[in-house]
Design a protein around this ligand. Structure first.
Ligand SMILES: [Zn+2]
Length: 158
């Protein structure tokens, strides 16, 4: 079809330019549903002492991180992270430098297990904020989630 159309102009000065509208490039660059804002296990760093807090979020970790910051700004700590920043008068930083996705996963038992693994890992390497270390006694693979940290006070749908 295209070729035939071009042939008409073959002996003229008219030049045809083609542009495909549905290219692979376009498909690749089309925004997926949540490209940079996944849910899962994340760490958020204290700018002052460089220690980290490990948390889980069933939705966008950026939103969860904002929850921490709101708690800090309101001086109303409900997470170990907010507590750490307020109690020690340490500083939190912008999400671009402090927030890191450790593993993307969905809410439930696997997420609890995974979170515990990271908490243990950071604790052993001395990178976990002190406020979160009290959870060291939590059974490593607590599938009931009953020992979940007070952080879940932030409503999921907010
Ligand atoms: Zn700190």
């Amino acid at each position: 079809m295209i070729k035939k159309f071009t042939n008409i102009f073959k002996d003229t000065d008219v030049k045809i330019a083609y542009r495909a509208t549905d290219t692979i490039f376009k498909q690749l660059t089309t925004k997926p549903e949540r490209p940079n804002n996944p849910n899962g296990i994340y760490s958020v760093k204290c700018i002052t002492c460089n220690k980290k807090y490990v948390g889980q979020s069933g939705r966008d970790i950026q939103i969860r991180n904002k929850g921490h910051i709101i708690q800090i700004k309101n001086c109303n700590p409900k997470s170990a992270y907010a507590n750490h920043i307020i109690q020690n008068k340490h500083e939190f930083g912008p999400a671009e430098t402090t927030l890191k996705l450790l593993k993307q996963c969905n809410k439930g038992s696997p997420m609890n297990c995974c979170e515990q693994k990271y908490i243990q890992k950071y604790h052993r390497s001395g990178n976990l904020i002190m406020e979160e270390q009290t959870y060291e006694n939590t059974p490593l693979y607590n599938s009931t989630g009953k020992n979940k940290r007070i952080e879940s006070v932030i409503p999921e749908k907010a």
